[in-house]
Design a protein around this ligand. Structure first.
Ligand code: PHE
Length: 420
């Protein structure tokens, strides 16, 4: 792996030099060509309200009649709480997949109904939301959660109640693997995992010539703590040195004491693998304090609400880039923009779309509305998603590449892709 990464990164460095030389923003995809343009963005319907099934779209051909009771898909998303853009994107990506399936006649000849619950990216609300959709709404299939901290407790419930779960974006290894090292049979994910993501950023930092790093992390967040550990391991194993490590809590808003230590440590990299609201706070305070370390992080930075000024000069790993020129990516970006008033889908929306498609394809492949059969069909599935081709390893993790994104002068730019 390291040799391959080395080669890829050498190419990346060149690619990034070329990219910054021509300073072409890759974030904004080209507008759709006029002849294929879908209805004006302003006419796009808003996301359906919670627990409402999306309205069937106007199809040009009559879809096959969907009969019988609808198949319910629970969408557990953090619609409130600290990271609301995560929930909105996840809900919207999933609803668009369901809408497309319904337009083609549903699944197993039955209509698909979305049951949305706010799981807040936290353990207790996530447990309540999972129990509610399973026990009260009769959901047998769940897309969610976004955050590992919420997906892990949900996975305990679904494996006890035999409900299939696919998390679009939870990257901590413990989401799909129990403490005894056994795979959780009913839990899957549509994303890569943090040991890979941590290695990608560690090698990226070293390839850029940085040899020292300071790590800041939230001890109480499975994802943040895990990614910090995986980065440290990969960075030190490849010859880098960790010159400082400090913890904080999700309630903290003043990071000046830690940032003083970062400045004193003269670290070249400040690794901050948290979600965007913390990155916004830390980044702004670091700039005020004159911290010169280059900030780096993981997929948690991915949000339309990432403060690009605060994160300026930073880099993070992510699951996809909307500027990717592959046809499947560009038609997805276009469809999403048409549906949601011109919004560009972030990684969460994209992975939620892929996860929902995977789940519905597994139900279709199983040929029966039975979670026990669907989980087996899912484990054997190969699906070409927008975020890459997905097949599951023995631990129900897809093997996928990561995109490295740089934040510079108000723009997020694609730097390159790293394969496992
Ligand atoms: N990977 C994060 C977690 O496991 C969730 C996340 C994914 C957040 C992608 C933003 C973008 O908690």
């Amino acid at each position: 792996m390291s040799k391959r990464l080395f080669v890829v990164f050498s190419l990346l460095i060149i690619a990034s030099m070329v990219l910054s030389a021509c300073a072409t923003p890759t974030q904004a995809p080209p507008p759709p060509p006029a002849e294929t343009a879908a209805p004006a963005a302003t006419e796009a319907p808003a996301a359906p309200a919670a627990t409402e099934a999306p309205a069937a779209p106007a199809a040009t051909e009559a879809p096959a009649a969907a009969s019988g009771e609808p198949i319910k898909i629970g969408i557990l998303a953090p619609l409130s709480g600290a990271n609301p853009t995560f929930g909105v994107s996840t809900r919207d990506g999933s609803l668009l997949a369901i809408k497309e399936w319904n337009a083609k006649g549903g699944v197993l000849g039955r209509k698909i109904e979305a049951v949305i619950a706010d799981s807040q990216c936290e353990a207790d609300p996530a447990v309540n939301a999972a129990n509610k959709v399973i026990d009260q709404d009769g959901v047998k299939y769940i897309v969610g959660e976004v955050c590992s901290k919420a997906s892990i407790p949900i996975s305990e419930i679904v494996n006890e109640k035999k409900v299939v779960q696919i998390s679009p974006t939870s990257t901590n290894p413990s989401v799909t693997v129990a403490q005894d090292g056994k795979v959780k049979p009913f839990t899957f994910r549509a994303c890569f995992i943090d040991p890979f993501q941590g290695t990608v950023m560690a090698k990226f930092a070293l390839e850029k010539g940085y040899k020292t790093a300071f790590i800041m992390f939230d001890q109480g967040n499975d994802y943040v703590r895990g990614l910090a550990e995986f980065f440290e391991k990969a960075f030190t194993e490849a010859g880098g040195q960790i010159v400082g490590k400090e913890t904080y809590t999700s309630q903290d808003t003043d990071f000046s004491a830690i940032l003083t230590k970062v400045a004193e440590s003269k670290a070249e990299v400040l690794f901050l693998p948290d979600y965007y609201p913390i990155v916004n706070l830390v980044g702004a305070q670091a700039k005020d304090k004159g911290v010169t370390a280059v900030m780096m992080g993981g997929d948690g930075w991915d949000s339309g609400d990432l403060d690009v000024k605060a994160a300026d000069g930073g880099f993070y790993s992510n699951h996809y880039d909307p500027g990717d020129t592959r046809e499947i990516v560009q038609s997805w970006v276009k469809n999403y923009q048409t549906e949601y008033g011109g919004a560009t889908p972030d990684a969460l929306a994209t992975l939620s779309y892929d996860a929902t498609n995977l789940l519905l394809a597994a139900i279709q492949a199983a040929g029966v509305d039975d979670p026990d059969k669907v989980k087996d069909a899912m484990a054997a599935l190969k699906w070409e998603g927008v975020s890459g081709t997905i097949t599951f390893d023995a631990n129900h993790n897809p093997i996928k590449s990561a995109a490295v994104i740089g934040v510079k002068d108000g723009k997020k730019s694609y730097i390159g892709t790293v394969n496992p």
